[in-house]
Design a protein around this ligand. Sequence first.
Ligand code: GLC
Length: 417
Amino acid sequence: MTRYADIFASARTVLERNWREGRNDCDLEFGYTCPDAEKYPDQFFWDSCFHALAWSRLDPRRAMRELRSLVAAQQPSGLIGHTTFWHGPCRLARAFTYNILERTAFQTSTIQPPLLAYVWAEVADRAGDGRFADEGRIALTRYHEYLDRERADEDGLIGILQPDESGLDATPAYDAPLGWRSHPKVGFLALQRFNRRRHYDYRRVVADGGFHATDVLVNSAWVLGWEGLARLGHPGAARRAEQLTESLVKRLFDPVTGFFYAEGPDGERLNVSTWAGLAPLAIDHLPIHVCRRVIDEHLLNPERFWLSYPVPSTAATEPAFVPGNSRYLWIDRYWRGPTWLFSTWFILRGLLRLGREADAAHLVDRTASLVRDSGFREYFNPLTGEGMGARAFGTSTALVECAALADEALGEHRVVA
Ligand code: GLC
């Protein structure tokens, strides 16, 4: 018997309410969970990955439909973009700020953290469906080939051309190289214009001196993607995951501070501590000594990340840290302090792998208490627990997956946090 039965039940209500299905104008069938009916009615790439993980614990067939919809939206190049507009063109109000080539585009031309193959493998296992695994291997091999061809450096790590490609739109990690072009300052529109004119072609953007970066979260998801492809039966994928893990540590781990940082356009280390620096904990083969340093020196530090309601999106020691709503003019700036619940998944995996049972239980229980007090809000104040943003936020149901992982690993003998 799970101690999270109430969370499972309320998550199901949110997921059901946000479920959208049908056929689009091109007769493509879709079925997905929107993150929020008003604010985010479309299918978002990495949100869908977390929705599928939650669905896989409640109704694996829905998880399969959610992921199949992402693949149904795959472009001939192999790209599966950040956002897919199943119900017709992007809303006019958003058309200027979304990364689309034209108003009628069916999908954005940019990426989000490429977690999909990992999640596909999890769902295939839970559904016990070999045919689904085969489908995933074929489509996601094409997707990985696209990223390799269009985004990879010599060491295999991939680059981003806008901060929102990291999933963390206004993260302070990129404040220094972006300056007036950081989201949502007016220069952000200039950055988008620069990229749109180059058709969001990463190689052209780099060649023409545009902003680009090697992001920790995106590359952690990239490694996980290869781990997933290996589980789906792709020959050589396991070796790729190992090589990429080595590249990630070599290039983005700072042995002096024991933390992962993004690399900026000039190859410079961007020394801003955000939760992205904790995301490599999710990688199966991350060297244990690296895991230990990240956990002991950073994650569990009550001055930095181990706040009352972990894990804040930016370390509390950063000058940019804002635990509540951070606004520029009237526009929200995301990921500058509040706790988003799906980041818990990456971090919990590292704690469980290292056998840190009490800390893992504490993390899941504190996260569950946020939802018990305020519902599935979009993000929360890590000091007070106050809920903010969307009110029935599908992606926060990733807590279901975390609770299930905790139940599996800690069972009935768990330490009570
Ligand atoms: C915000 C987040 C992004 C997420 C989207 C939909 O833009 O920054 O990570 O995918 O909302 O939830």
